[in-house]
Design a protein. Structure first.
Ligand code: PLP
Length: 375
């Protein structure tokens, strides 16, 4: 049996090695390493795929979020509503820009921000909401967009874990996550559903003026060469990464479908196990299973993790410490928050391997080990 990994980027690469190697060599031959054809082509292809008018490639997903907030002219002290149950990057950039993160609960079934609690958190200072499509499933964007319109708030989607996910509006209309809010952000970190061979990220918007501004900010606030109109940063997607991504984008739907099949297998295997909650599939969203995250209703999560690791099955806790319990946010009086759902999830979730290269032998082995723990 192949060694089981959380993500098997190597075997995924080997399947498309010829095409990816050729694409990389085309860039090296041209020796245009920054910008150029590969980056332009990828931005166009990704925009078409995602149904977004504009894609602005950048250096990583964290930068994408930062540039998004810079482009919206948020001022120090403005409040940004975010889930506490997320990867730190979502919330860190809020604080970095001297904005005030306002942490709210997630829905315990979807792991995503709960529209009902957003409304209660809105104040005169609120300027934006950041829904995170955690683990590959869309937040309730219909209600979030309605709230945002009613209160004139910006919506920045953190789509780092859900590229390719379809959100279905109450009227049946489908839209890709990342194309719904004011701005969408994603990451091409190697383990993401669409991962490159290093760091990469992208920003999505349907607004022409905002697109121009995002592009300027990612390039030192430059309007034309050596003329800098606003303070920006330097955040670029390398040409080699764009070439890799252009090849991999062709396979994204297959990659996501393969992840869904793994999730189906796990769901069936774990259905009879009491005390283990399998991921909920929200009717408003497809699920691209960036993670397959179980909730251990009873029993010791540490013991389960140790049992799995002892049997060569990796498992991870995403995330053990929610944002409102992180030391870095002490100045935002994060200790005053009471987020029992978030705390409960942080203590109970466990993610098991899910990726495009898991075979039946590995899946049978993983599920056997987990079921054995409960028997
Ligand atoms: C990965 C990730 C990011 C950050 O992406 P980087 O490319 O690593 O900077 C942001 N938010 C979420 C939810 C992520 O999973």
């Amino acid at each position: 049996m192949h060694t089981i990994q959380m993500v098997d980027t190597r075997r995924q690469y080997l399947k498309i090695k010829e095409a990816v190697d050729a694409a990389i060599h085309t860039v090296i031959d041209s020796s245009v390493f920054i910008g150029g054809k590969a980056v332009g082509a990828f931005a166009e292809n990704l925009a078409a795929y995602n149904g977004s008018r504009h894609v602005i490639p950048c250096a990583n997903g964290t930068d994408a979020l930062q540039i998004a907030m810079m482009a919206l002219d948020l001022q120090p002290g403005d409040e940004v509503i975010t889930p506490s149950f997320t990867y730190i990057a979502t919330v860190e950039v809020v604080a970095l820009l001297r904005l005030t993160p306002v942490f709210v609960e997630v829905d315990p079934k979807t792991f995503c921000i709960d529209p009902a609690v957003i409304e209660k958190a809105i104040t005169r200072k609120t300027k934006a909401i950041i829904p995170v499509h955690l683990y590959g499933q869309a937040a309730n964007m219909g209600e979030i967009m309605q709230l945002a319109q009613a209160h004139q708030l910006h919506v920045i989607e953190d789509n780092a874990q859900a590229i390719g996910c379809d959100y279905s509006f109450p009227d049946g209309r489908l839209q890709k996550t990342g194309s719904i809010g004011t701005i969408g952000c994603t990451s091409f970190y190697p383990s993401k559903n669409l991962g490159c061979f290093g760091d990469g990220g992208a920003i999505f918007t349907n607004d022409d003026a905002l697109a121009a501004k995002l592009k300027m900010i990612a390039n030192h606030g430059q309007s034309r060469q050596y003329y800098h109109d606003i303070v920006g940063c330097n955040s670029r997607l390398d040409a080699i990464q764009a070439a890799v991504l252009n090849e991999k984008l062709k396979h994204l739907d297959t990659y996501n479908y393969t992840r869904q099949k793994v999730a189906d297998y796990y769901d069936r295997a774990f259905a009879p196990v009491s005390g283990l909650i399998t991921p909920y599939r929200a009717p408003h969203s497809s699920h691209v299973f960036h993670q397959y995250t179980l909730i251990l209703e009873k029993g010791s999560r540490d013991e389960l993790k140790q049992h799995l690791n002892a049997h060569a099955v990796p498992a991870m806790i995403y995330y053990p410490v929610p944002a409102h319990k992180q030391k870095m946010f002490e100045t935002f009086h994060n200790n005053a928050y009471s987020l029992p759902v978030t705390d409960w999830l942080s203590e109970r979730v466990i993610s098991i391997p899910i990726h495009t290269e898991l075979d039946d032998e590995q899946l049978a082995y993983i599920t056997d080990q987990i079921i054995a723990f409960f028997n």
